[in-house]
Design a protein around this ligand. Structure first.
Ligand SMILES: [Zn+2]
Length: 391
């Protein structure tokens, strides 16, 4: 009996709400109360909506169609993307055994804003009504007008289903350093920031060829604070975050490729690499810290991050592909406290392509043909990872 009580105590249900959209009742939702806030499962959104649910990349994201709009949620992420535009729901989604729990008020307010509706939320109902005269709602009306020919409706349905099957996800590519932050500098004077940017651009092109949507955190030689880079990925509701770098060591003989994910460092070498990359923080206008070593303590709670396991698998696949492709040694994927990966709501890795401090590797990574090879290998690794997690 006691066991049952504990089981049921984990779910507290709020009172049922009727959902009314443009004057039509769409059914009811039964919120679950978590920490005094009302949440609903995505299964309930599917029920009141068009009855369709897609998994963009299984386990990570849920995409549903609600009354003609495409809505994408990510786990533990407060941003919802509605018809391609991110909205902040105020509270992050929660992972549940059945899927994602979505904050009720934040979601419906975002949906109303995205679709040009006004919203009235009471204890027993949610009502979305079209606001007079907005161009967006006028457009929706035309779109759903019955005067549209059956042929064009058919074409539209075909286009939408093609769009769904083609959707492979958004990858945010971060070219390390930039602007006043040159990154590491090689023995012949080549700067890390000038290597990472072309690789990032080639990677974007490769990913697009593979059917992904890819975005960069920087497109030119500019300085962008580390936390801003993470924020870009979160706002875009990205499926993956890939930060591109070159490793450096005091020993000029150090060589090889290594891919990192966020986790407390287990070796001094991994810790040193993270400390080096975290130096960029000191160049920010308002540095969050003046002692890089202290960062490890700040990030001590990262061990249980929702995506650590996936990130380590991604790191492994990308490192193998990359080392094979450019003939470097694979140093073995490792966890460490990289600030640029901290706070990402998706699988995230930092790729140390090779050692810019090693004269041979510096020469190698400076050649555009090798930068293209690197990009191709990383893209192939990403595609392999997506195939892997779909199973
Ligand atoms: Zn770097």
């Amino acid at each position: 009996m006691k066991i049952f009580l504990i089981f049921f105590a984990s779910y507290v249900f709020g009172s049922t709400l009727v959902v009314i959209y443009d004057g039509v009742s769409k059914g009811t939702v039964e919120p679950i109360i978590v920490n005094n806030f009302r949440y609903i499962g995505t299964d309930q959104i599917v029920r009141i909506g068009d009855g369709k649910r897609y998994y963009a990349t299984k386990k990570f994201k849920e995409s549903v169609r609600l009354w003609g709009s495409r809505v994408v949620f990510s786990p533990e992420n407060p941003y919802v993307v509605i018809d391609g535009t991110p909205y902040n729901m105020g509270l992050p989604t929660k992972l549940d055994r059945k899927g994602l729990l979505v904050p009720l008020e934040g979601f419906f307010k975002s949906f109303a804003a995205a679709t040009g509706h006004s919203i009235e939320l009471t204890d027993s109902s949610i009502e979305l009504s079209i606001t007079e005269g907005t161009s967006e709602s006028a457009y929706n009306k035309i779109d759903e007008s019955p005067s549209e020919s059956p042929k064009s409706q058919l074409l539209e349905r075909k286009r939408k289903s093609e769009e769904e099957t083609k959707y492979k996800g958004v990858i945010v590519i971060d070219a390390g350093h930039g602007g006043k932050d040159p990154g590491a500098i090689g023995p012949s004077g080549i700067r890390e920031k000038d290597i990472t940017l072309p690789i990032a651009k080639y990677l974007r092109d490769e990913l697009k060829l593979l059917g992904f949507d890819a975005k960069l955190t920087r497109y030119s030689d500019v300085f962008i604070p580390l936390s801003k880079r993470t924020e870009i990925a979160n706002k875009l509701n990205a499926d993956m975050f890939i930060s591109i770098h070159c490793n450096a060591s005091k020993k000029s003989s150090s060589n090889g490729t290594q891919v990192f994910y966020l986790s407390p460092a287990r070796t001094d070498e991994a810790r040193a690499t993270a400390a080096l990359e975290n130096q960029s923080l000191l160049l920010e206008d308002e540095p969050i810290i003046d002692n890089i070593d202290e960062l490890q303590y700040i990030m001590a709670d990262i061990a249980q991050s929702a995506h650590q396991r996936e990130s380590s698998i991604l790191a492994y696949i990308v490192e193998q592909n990359l080392a094979d492709s450019i003939g470097t040694i694979a140093r073995g994927p490792a966890g460490a406290g990289f600030y640029v990966l901290y706070g990402t709501y998706m699988p995230a890795i930092l790729v140390e392509t090779a050692f810019i401090s090693n004269p041979d590797e510096e020469k190698m990574i400076a050649l555009p043909k090798n930068q293209k090879k690197i990009a191709k290998a990383i893209a192939a690794g990403i595609a392999q990872f997506v195939e892997n997690i779909k199973q």
